[in-house]
Design a protein around this ligand. Structure first.
Ligand code: SF4
Length: 374
């Protein structure tokens, strides 16, 4: 078992209150302590054999910049103190960008932190969902943060949640991100997860519009000299061209992702399972760094049940789904929150992310090569 991604929740608090957010505790000011960080990094770097060569450490599941640069200076020093094997560590913040200041930019440059910004498109789309606790849109504050990143030549990727409204405006969306110019644009079709119990895309019309939206972005990209790298399109295209099984899916592989909350509770599989609960499983905590060696979580009764159900679900996908080659069996959190069990197959999330996207791309490629050949 190799861990490639470590997700640490430095605080559960978020300074804003997006309407589709899945995190139930984003109004609570829980913060991770130095003692907990010591235990996490000791467990990861010294007491376990999960890391090999390099690891990405994402500070997430609350707004990471709610904490100070002084906190992260300490946290990164603790991280290095326990990293006696010299593992290459990439630290990364997934941030709403509203709290970025020149001090943060200096810190990001000094510590080589990777930045992912969450922004949903032009002002009218962004402010429809990404509001603060007083219900005010956050667009201007996000753009101020982005301008600071740009002024400091800090590259950043973007994650944009796509809703039933977004898909009505592909031109506006594409032109906006051509201006913002992230290193990569990730599209997250709105999901049913945690405390977000509905998705504006999970209707037949929403699905169809999402597919048309993606196709429109693809056409705009093809007409451009400098196309936007769009993660959802590029990933599936790469897999179609490779023509072999999708690489191992980290979210459904035990230990590929390790998640730690502010109290040192440990989970694995989809990071979205950190700090949420479900009627069948309760919480997804498999132990705590203060009393459970990492290896031991894989003998935990709850892990065995989760893993058995997840692997059964993947097998059922492999046997029944013609898209398995491009997918690898889907994200457990989507299966659980949509179908009520990990031991299941199709979800609206996989229809959007895999099936409709692949169909659109295959149609598009067929037409393109048919026209160029005729
Ligand atoms: S596309 Fe859906 S049904 Fe098919 S393999 Fe992926 S998760 Fe399973």
């Amino acid at each position: 078992m190799q861990t490639r991604l470590v997700v640490i929740q430095p605080t559960s608090l978020c300074n804003i209150n997006c309407r589709y957010c899945y995190l139930p505790q984003r109004n609570l000011n829980n913060r991770i302590s130095d003692a907990t960080l010591e235990q996490i990094f000791k467990a990861l770097f010294v007491s376990s054999s999960f890391l090999d060569g390099r690891v990405t450490c994402v500070w997430h599941a609350g707004e990471p910049l709610v904490l100070s640069t002084a906190f992260y200076r300490r946290a990164f020093a603790i991280q290095q103190k326990w990293n006696s094997a010299g593992i290459a560590i990439i630290n990364s913040f997934q941030t709403n960008a509203t709290l970025i200041t020149q001090e943060w930019c200096d810190f990001i440059l000094e510590q080589h932190v990777r930045i992912g910004v969450s922004i949903d498109g032009p002002q009218f789309l962004h402010n429809a969902q990404r509001v603060d606790w007083a219900n005010h849109g956050t667009f201007e504050r996000v753009m101020r943060g982005i301008q600071l990143l740009k002024a400091n030549n800090i590259p950043f990727s973007v994650i944009s949640v796509v809703t039933g409204e977004t898909v009505l405006y592909p031109d506006e969306f594409w032109h906006f991100f051509m201006e913002v110019r992230p290193t990569r644009l990730g599209l997250n079709p709105e999901e049913v997860e945690g405390c977000n119990t509905q998705s504006s895309l999970h209707t037949p019309a929403g699905m169809q519009r999402y597919q048309q939206f993606l196709k429109h972005l693809l056409v705009l990209n093809e007409q451009s000299d400098n196309p936007l790298p769009i993660r959802e399109i590029d990933t599936i295209l790469r897999r179609i061209k490779a023509g072999r099984l999708a690489p191992q899916v980290e979210t459904n592989t035990a230990a590929a992702i390790l998640n730690f909350d502010t109290k040192g509770n440990i989970s694995t599989f989809s990071p979205e399972l950190l700090s949420v609960t479900h009627p069948t499983y309760g919480s997804f905590t498999l132990g705590n760094v203060f009393d459970t060696p990492l290896e031991q979580i894989f003998t935990h009764e709850k892990f065995i049940k989760m893993n058995t159900d997840i692997q059964k679900g993947i097998e059922r996908c492999r046997e029944s789904c013609e898209y398995f080659l491009l997918c690898g069996g889907g994200a457990p959190s989507n299966k659980l929150y949509e179908n009520g069990t990990f031991d299941s197959t199709e979800t609206n999330a996989c229809r959007l992310r895999i099936k409709l996207t692949s169909d659109m791309l295959l149609d598009y490629l067929e037409q393109k090569y048919y026209l160029s050949a005729s």
